[in-house]
Write a protein that binds this ligand. Structure first.
Ligand code: UD1
Length: 430
């Protein structure tokens, strides 16, 4: 199993290309199930989660051809996927595949919409909370799907096709919004989704669906009005930049000091997180090609933050902010309101000398003068990258075990950081 070794204390300087967003690439790939035409996705990041979803889609009968990078192309441009779901040969998404990644559950809506039936295993994914699927199911029921749960599988049926309906989500769910939005694209008539997730990745999927011939009003807002079509066309779509990767590197630069341009990304995708970063004393400026992050000399100011659905501070950057705050001049308070068990990084950060107290959903972080490198264990995707940030700040050597969590969501992480001066390397043990 691979490990990552970091010798902390180096400043980061230079530029880092930001990849396409994992959380958009996954539902966009799933959108290919809605049409028998070809869907071409550009800027797809090369990640374990993307490869796993490719396997799941192939299992349904989707043909996937991948173009490599064009020589001379911008470094942040990822692969191009051509997906064609001409014949869906299998409407079952098995436990062995779905249990490894929660987003694969989102095939349920598109499959039942196109094929009139689907059988999808209840999902797995990061162990960051119970993460039920009740909102997905009630949303699809509102579109006429009959749903049963049997032996760990959700079985959805709509022999005469789905019919547009009114979905009012009692709480914001990114996944349930994707699932219902994708299904509504092929449902007969109009679907109204209220309290939809406003995450930029939802907007990216909606924009792609528009290219495929669906009429959608309210993209980027919490009210989506979708006019379904009996048949969708193919399209060419470029995956938007990864705001979580952007934020992670931004926080890493603030943590180590230095000056880095994050190429190919946009500030508005994570305005709240970058405003928070500015409040810690880092300087954030827009450049023509991306966002520049700098921190020279000055210490870090503490900040108090509560995670919220977009446009609030993202839960996917909570662990990274906490790593940063371990060295702030004072005490910060971070409240996690989205997932109940998303503090597994706390005990690992403590191994490096961080002073963090947990009370329910709230972490109180007292800044310490220095962190000291140690062996630590990655526990989930975002938690593991917070350990990288802490390792970059710590004196001496940090080794991070179980880095397969990182590979799920960060493309060429150690290469991107080492090009900016970090002492970080992957140790492969076969
Ligand atoms: C997505 C993101 C993940 C991010 C999360 C919140 C992807 C691939 N994953 O995950 O990185 O951390 O949004 O921004 O895009 N909930 C229910 N019932 C449901 C569905 C969700 O109670 O049917 C709850 C969850 O337990 C959680 C909250 O709603 O407490 C938000 O979850 P949701 O937005 O659905 O997260 P995911 O789509 O799984």
């Amino acid at each position: 199993m691979d490990r990552i070794k970091i010798i902390g204390g180096e400043r980061l300087n230079g530029s880092i290309p930001i990849s396409g967003a994992k959380n958009a690439a996954l539902p966009l790939m799933i959108a290919s199930l809605l049409t028998d035409d070809r869907l071409t996705l550009k800027n797809v990041p090369n990640l374990a989660d993307v490869n796993l979803l490719a396997r799941i889609l192939r299992n349904h009968g989707v043909d996937l051809a991948v173009d490599g990078k064009r020589s001379g192309g911008a470094a942040h441009l990822g692969e191009t996927f051509h997906l064609t779901a001409r014949d869906i040969s299998d409407t079952t998404a098995p436990y062995e595949l779905v249990s490894r990644m929660r987003a694969s559950f989102w095939v349920l809506g598109p499959l039942v919409a196109r094929m009139g039936q689907a059988k999808v295993s209840l999902p797995g994914g990061c162990a960051i909370g119970t993460r039920p699927v009740d909102l997905h199911l009630s949303g699809l029921r509102a579109l006429g799907a009959e749903i049963d749960i049997d032996a760990g599988y959700v079985i959805a049926r709509a022999p005469k096709g789905l019919v547009g309906g009114h979905v009012l989500f009692p709480m914001v769910s990114v996944g349930a919004t994707h699932n219902v939005l994708l299904a509504a694209a092929l449902a007969k008539g109009e679907t109204l989704i209220e309290n939809a997730a406003r995450e930029p990745e939802v907007g990216d999927v909606a924009s792609c669906l528009v290219k495929m011939g669906v009429q959608i009003e309210g993209i980027g807002t919490s009210t989506l009005r979708i006019q379904g079509k009996p048949r969708l066309e193919g399209a060419v779509h470029t995956v938007l930049p990864d705001r979580i990767e952007t934020g992670t590197f931004a926080f890493a630069v603030a943590a180590t000091g230095g000056d880095v341009v994050l190429e190919g990304t946009r500030r508005e995708l994570l305005r709240n997180a970058l405003d928070t970063l500015q409040n810690t004393g880092a300087v954030v400026t827009d450049t023509e090609t991306g966002v520049r992050i700098a921190r020279n000399g000055n210490g870090l100011e503490p900040v108090d933050v509560e995670t919220q659905p977009f446009p609030g501070f993202p839960t996917d950057l909570q662990a990274q902010l906490m790593a940063l705050m371990t060295r702030a001049h004072g005490t910060s308070v971070i409240r996690e309101t989205i997932f109940e068990n998303r503090f597994m990084h706390v005990q690992e950060l403590a191994r490096l000398g961080a002073d963090i107290k947990l009370h329910g959903d709230t972490a109180t972080i007292k800044g310490v003068k220095s962190l000291r490198g140690a062996p630590v264990m990655a526990t989930d995707l975002r938690a593991s990258v917070s350990l990288v940030i802490a390792g970059l700040m710590a004196e001496g050597e940090t080794t991070i075990n179980r880095v397969y969590h990182l590979d799920r969501g960060f493309e060429r992480l150690e290469e991107k950081l080492s090009r900016c001066g970090a002492k970080i390397e992957r140790i492969s043990t076969g």
